[in-house]
Write a protein that binds this ligand. Structure first.
Ligand SMILES: [Zn+2]
Length: 139
């Protein structure tokens, strides 16, 4: 029988197995992000059908924000715009491996309660309404 903490350290160990010595620190930071993200969602009343291991697999595949394309900074302070943030694609109060993705904090704050599709529709609306003022590739 495993308790919660034992189960999690086992998963962290497995996660480290597929990593070279040089990136173990990064893995620990990402693993801690996964743990605290699941914990905060649980505390906020979300139904958690996503395991720490499944979240680590998503973390491992995600280097850049799905929306804006900026590189995520896992070691940045929480309030920094490119700090990773767990986004629910359908915005249900449930976390499942097929309804979450990792985006930057700024995009998630801007998206708020919109679904993935609604947010993209909103972004298109903003771009189309400001076409005359947008300089492609500019700052
Ligand atoms: Zn973003």
């Amino acid at each position: 029988m495993h308790d919660e903490a034992g189960k999690e350290s086992e998963e962290i160990f497995e996660f480290n197995q597929i990593c070279s010595e040089g990136c173990i620190m990064d893995r620990k930071v990402k693993s801690a992000w996964g743990s605290s993200t699941l914990y905060r969602h649980r505390m906020n009343g979300y139904k958690i059908l996503l395991t720490h291991k499944e979240l680590l697999e998503i973390i491992e595949k995600t280097t850049h924000c799905i929306y804006c394309g900026l590189e995520l900074d896992w070691k940045a302070p929480r309030k920094v715009n490119v700090f990773p943030s767990l986004d629910r694609i359908d915005n249900e109060k449930v976390l499942r491996k097929d309804n979450v993705q990792i985006v930057c904090r700024r995009c998630n704050v801007t998206k708020r309660d919109r679904t993935h599709a609604e947010f993209l529709e909103y972004c298109n609306l903003v771009v189309n309404n400001n076409k005359a003022n947008i300089i492609i590739g500019g700052e």
